[in-house]
Design a protein around this ligand. Structure first.
Ligand code: FAD
Length: 386
């Protein structure tokens, strides 16, 4: 009989692994432990819900109870694992010591907020990284009962998608970021500027090249003081300044952890036998791609490994489709800095090719009408993890 399995985390990685495992093994005892509601939902839908005025319950495909029932697992929700004890083979949950047979860490990534949020602004400054966060922000918008002025801090994928989505939902959006153009990690600057122009043309106010010095309560308004002395007022602030792998449990347990997450090999095996990791928290053979396709491939490979067929994970050349309908964007950022970006196109329809010193394609970025080239270019780009 196979050892009982415990998975920490009910995001797309944890539940994805559970689904894949059940397809291979109907009998194994599996426990899923999660700090959140345990609802099965697609995180990418969070940044498309405000345009459609979707209530949080419409984003959850099934409840934790349904997950437990349909996938034959014990699901413990609102349960924070405080420590992993590899020597004792148990988890610490308050006073409880819960033994595991094999353990999988799928603890995701948490928002990194680079400035203090004054206590009096609680309930008006948000991050949105899970369905509970979406619930809270959705309730704050509803409580205002009118078109909200939302200041979004951070112009990465999450900031830009929410900016576009909230604009489409009828709100007044300002976007603040220290970089000079949106999506700095995905796009070379001319393509980022094209997205910025599409945002401005739609009425969004961009404060680029400037960071937030502090947030202040100003009656029912929030004062957002920028580091160049300018100040804007908002009803709500959404902070989207990046995500950091939630690797504290692993680090405290003595597993190998780097800045990009828990170090695992192509079998998703951590430095401690019997403990695996996948999803946003895992750095797989040096690559931490915080997207859905890599975690789905990892879930599939790990399910096979845990069912007795050791299987290495591979990642293809999978581009990221950024959900900014104001200007469609697709990007496959190169794993290492390119020797040059070669850019073609006109207006907002741009194609940028990241090339190495030998003029080989190692990544690309596309905007507007050029996004239709994504399949052809992905075929010509090396895999993320071949
Ligand atoms: P998470 O979803 O973060 O899950 C982590 C789980 O671990 C949670 O259940 C949490 O409660 C639990 N947990 C953590 N610590 C503990 C603990 N100590 N005890 C118990 N439980 C714990 N990717 C794409 O490919 N395409 C997109 O269009 C896209 N859009 C996105 C839009 C947004 C707004 C965001 C935020 C991300 C988007 N992504 C997208 C990225 C993608 O959604 C993530 O890579 C993926 O959802 C991560 O899943 P995960 O299971 O690894 O982590």
């Amino acid at each position: 009989m196979t050892a009982p399995l415990t998975i920490i985390g009910s995001g797309m990685a944890g539940i994805g692994l559970l689904k894949q495992l059940r397809a291979l093994d109907a009998e194994r005892s599996i426990t899923l432990i999660t700090a959140d509601s345990g609802d099965d939902y697609s995180k990418p839908l969070l940044s498309t819900g405000f345009a459609k005025h979707l209530p949080p319950e419409r984003l959850a495909a099934r409840s934790a109870l349904e997950v437990a029932d349909q996938l034959g697992a014990v699901v413990r929700t609102r349960t924070q694992v405080e420590a992993v004890d590899p020597a004792g083979g148990c988890l610490h949950i308050g006073e409880e010591r819960l033994a595991w047979g094999e353990l999988v860490l799928a603890t995701g990534a948490a928002p990194a907020v680079p400035f203090d949020i004054p206590e009096e602004l609680a309930g008006r400054v948000f991050t949105i990284n899970d369905l509970d966060d979406y619930r809270a922000f959705h309730a704050a918008l509803a409580a205002l009962g009118r078109r909200a002025r939302v200041a979004i801090v951070g112009a990465g994928l999450v900031g830009c998608e929410f900016a576009n989505d909230l604009m489409a939902g009828g709100h007044a959006v300002s976007l603040v970021a220290p970089e000079h153009a949106p999506l700095p990690r995905l796009l070379p600057e001319p393509l980022g500027r094209a997205l910025g122009e599409a945002f401005s043309d739609a009425g969004m106010v961009l404060y680029l090249g400037r960071g937030v010095a502090r947030l202040e309560a100003a009656g029912s308004d929030i004062g957002v003081a920028l580091d160049d002395g300018e100040r804007l007022e908002a009803d709500l602030v959404l902070v989207a300044t990046g995500l950091r792998p939630r690797s504290e449990l692993a680090r405290a347990a003595g597993l190998e952890v780097g800045a990009a997450g828990i170090q695992v090999d192509r079998y998703l095996q951590t430095s401690v036998p019997g403990i695996h990791a996948l999803g946003d928290v895992a750095c797989v053979a040096g690559v931490n791609a915080m997207y859905v396709q890599p975690l789905q491939a990892s879930a599939k490979a790990l399910a096979r490994t845990l069912s007795g067929t050791p299987t290495e994970v591979s990642y293809g050349a999978w581009p990221v489709l950024v959900k900014t309908p104001l200007l469609p964007v697709v990007a496959l950022p190169p794993l290492s800095a390119p020797a040059r970006w070669r850019i073609e196109g006109e207006g907002a329809d741009l194609a940028a090719f990241a090339e190495d010193r030998d003029e080989r394609l190692i990544g690309f970025a596309l905007t507007g009408a050029c996004v239709k080239r994504k399949v052809e270019l992905a075929r010509a780009t090396p895999p993320l993890l071949g």
